[in-house]
Design a protein around this ligand. Structure first.
Ligand code: SF4
Length: 679
């Protein structure tokens, strides 16, 4: 019997744990922890430990499919690629390149994201490329670029252990980033203060020194209130403000409008708790902020992020070890997909498509003229498909039919397209709308790199041959590009693609497969072959020069409860599932833990509606209605309900709204109005 252990990276959350995939006689047999991996320290979480159990699932797509008379039929690769290249070419010719939209994937490698970005811009000739970072951290990218000049975690995960105060806001860290919450608990054991702010009582609250259970959508008000107290308690870092920032006077004036009593009235948090939080954060030598989608998924997402940045700069908690503003990215490679320019306005390394010099550099490298205007976002593609201006879409490894807001609208959009091609490992809810489906490989069947939430680039390695006739995404995209007439797509390995990434992307310039051998990692910016990578950003100056304060007013969410829809719905994730569940729902050990969704209701609300524990109820919004099991719990505020979005049989996103943050275009998944009733 031949047995092998192949070092690779977990395909689930952005922690980016490395482990070994065990292979026996060419078959994956399981996960073996890697004790030298800095993130997991040899103890991956339950998702990681079971990460290979979906690979041989009977539902894996094993050959290309074409839909004929409403039914999928297997076809050869040659035929499938022939249909896709012909249809995309015809549509481009007839309606122009911007009639085609492309979704890249936070689950695919950096190399695959770079290649699809190049395919969109250099072969199709459109900037209509986006991916589901639009739905999770688009506001982080916009907000932190405005405040600091760089839209990523400022510090690394291991540094969290050294903080004196950790402020976790809008992040269910224990369930979503378990290996990061371990660092929080270690810091706490060493004496750090822990502040948790969340409308929903998450497991980390049990360890908090102060818990701020604010009303959904009141984050700007809460943060302005804490800053008001920090100023009146004389805890601001005046030297840092004077030397390293600009815009402080405007901010000061604005936060004077947020005295604690007013903030308490709006947020529902009492003044004593607000003051405690202000003292803990303001008095700490090293304070670190961790946040996730509780901050970003709002119509005020960018303003929420800017407020978090304001708080950190006000106290000088940026540019030093164990401090910073740390957005926790959800998916394994959502940081990398953004870094690679799978976004409508930037090339890799956030080089703007509108910047003449950047565009000229990519045009020279790729030997083609590139489009100048930013393209459509995910949500704009949906509207354009319905109004008829978008005719075709190419979706690689995304499942918008469960992850996007208002999925009835999304499904209408997918049905309106003249041509849809989906490339995936399973026939996802979105792939079911496709005209052609291309079977892709899982993480264990290909080479490449993922970039973890703290900008750490790591290699994934091929452990087994592709299942059935599936192919790695980078091979499919290259072949399709060549058939449509793309030049410079003759890659023989992802290593070559990384060489091109490094040559065109200053922050990845020093990253190479050789330097990532044997489980080594490099955090960007990594500017040359000698550069050691960067653990924390903005040490001697912000990427944009001076850090910029923004004076921000509190604005209410776009859709508030009323007589007809009296509850606020907020959505989120659970420990045992990953994104839309295409992989995790096919892992028996995870599915056993929590086999379906539920709606959390406060006991007082349940009593008023005569709903008992476990009873099936209907939840309805202005956009749709679902039937779901009630879970009565004190964890949720009165007047608020929570539904996880993983489950196709009770899809939370049938209810959510398409109200967008005006700058980042991220939808407001965290607040919409619903009613609940017994069916
Ligand atoms: Fe690590 Fe996240 Fe994978 Fe768990 S899911 S093993 S925390 S990368």
């Amino acid at each position: 019997m031949n047995s092998d252990f192949v070092l690779t990276v977990c395909p689930f959350c952005g922690c980016g744990c490395q482990f070994y995939v065990q292979v026996m006689d060419g078959e994956v047999t399981g996960v073996v922890p890697c004790k030298t991996d800095e993130m997991s320290e040899g103890k991956p979480c339950i998702k990681g430990r079971n990460a290979t159990d979906f690979i041989n699932h009977p539902d894996r797509l094993k050959s290309p499919l074409v839909k004929r008379n409403g039914k999928f039929e297997p076809i050869s690769w040659d035929e499938a690629l022939g249909i896709v290249s012909r249809r995309l070419s015809e549509i481009k010719q007839k309606h122009g390149p911007d009639s085609i939209g492309i979704l890249s994937s936070a689950k695919c490698t950096n190399e695959e994201n770079f290649l699809l970005m190049k395919f969109a811009r250099a072969v199709i000739g459109t900037n209509n490329i986006d991916h589901c970072a639009r739905l999770c951290h688009a506001s982080t990218v916009v907000g932190l670029v405005k405040a600091f000049g760089s839209g990523a975690m400022t510090n690394s995960v291991p540094e969290i252990e050294g903080a004196d105060c950790i402020f976790v806001i809008g992040s269910n860290t224990m369930e979503q980033h378990p290996l990061i919450s371990l660092r929080v608990l270690r810091a706490k054991a060493k004496g750090a203060k822990l502040i948790v702010a969340d409308p929903r009582r998450t497991p980390l609250v049990d360890f908090a020194d102060v818990y701020l259970q604010h009303r959904p959508g009141t984050d700007v008000c809460l943060l302005n209130g804490i800053m008001n107290l920090i100023l009146s308690l004389n805890l601001a870092n005046n030297d840092f403000i004077a030397q390293r920032t600009e815009g402080f006077e405007e901010l000061k004036k604005k936060i004077e409008e947020y005295p604690p009593e007013k903030v308490s009235r709006i947020t529902g948090v009492d003044v004593v708790a607000l003051e405690k939080a202000a003292r803990f954060y303001g008095e700490a030598e090293k304070a670190s902020i961790l946040y996730a989608m509780g901050i970003t998924q709002h119509t005020t997402g960018t303003e929420n992020v800017l407020s978090v940045a304001n708080l950190a700069m006000l106290t000088g908690n940026v540019g030093r070890e164990s401090t910073g503003v740390n957005p926790l990215r959800g998916q394994n490679n959502v940081q990398g997909a953004c870094d690679m320019g799978a976004l409508p306005d930037v090339y890799s390394g956030y080089q703007r498509v509108k910047d003449k010099e950047a565009r000229a550099k990519f045009e020279k490298a790729w030997g083609v003229k590139l489009p100048q205007e930013p393209g459509l976002t995910v949500t704009e593609m949906t509207d354009s498909a319905i109004n008829g201006s978008l005719k075709a879409m190419y979706i690689m490894g995304e499942n918008p039919a469960l992850s996007d807001p208002d999925i009835n609208h999304l499904k209408k959009a997918l049905s309106s397209l003249d041509f849809l091609v989906a490339q995936d490992i399973f026939l996802s809810e979105a792939a079911q709308f496709a005209h052609v489906v291309l079977p892709a490989c899982s993480f264990a069947e290909k080479e490449g790199t993922f970039t973890a939430t703290d900008r750490r680039v790591q290699r994934i390695r091929k452990a087994i041959e592709p299942i059935g006739d599936s192919q790695p995404d980078w091979i499919i995209v290259s072949e399709l590009a060549r058939r449509i007439g793309g030049i410079q797509f003759n890659y023989t390995s992802p290593r070559e693609i990384m060489e091109e990434i490094a040559s065109l992307t200053p922050s990845y310039a020093g990253i190479s497969y050789e330097r990532l051998d044997n489980g080594r990692t490099l955090a960007w910016p990594c500017l040359s072959e000698e550069h050691p990578g960067t653990r924390f950003l903005h040490k001697d100056g912000f990427t944009r020069g001076k850090g910029r304060f923004f004076a921000i007013d509190y604005r209410e969410p776009a859709e508030l409860p009323d007589n007809e829809y009296p509850f606020i719905l907020t959505t989120g994730r659970l420990m045992f599932q990953y994104h839309t569940g295409t992989m995790t729902r096919r892992i028996p050990a995870l599915e056993r833990e929590l086999p379906t969704g539920f709606v959390e209701i406060n006991p007082e609300d349940a009593r008023k509606l005569s709903i008992s524990q476990g009873e099936r109820v209907k939840v309805k919004s202005r956009r749709g209605e679902i039937e779901i099991k009630a879970y009565i719990t004190e964890e949720i505020l009165q007047g608020v309900v929570f539904i996880p979005f993983h489950f196709a049989e009770c899809p939370a996103n049938e209810l959510t709204s398409r109200n967008l943050d005006p700058e980042a275009k991220i939808p407001e998944f965290k607040v919409c109005a619903v009613k609940i009733y017994k069916g």
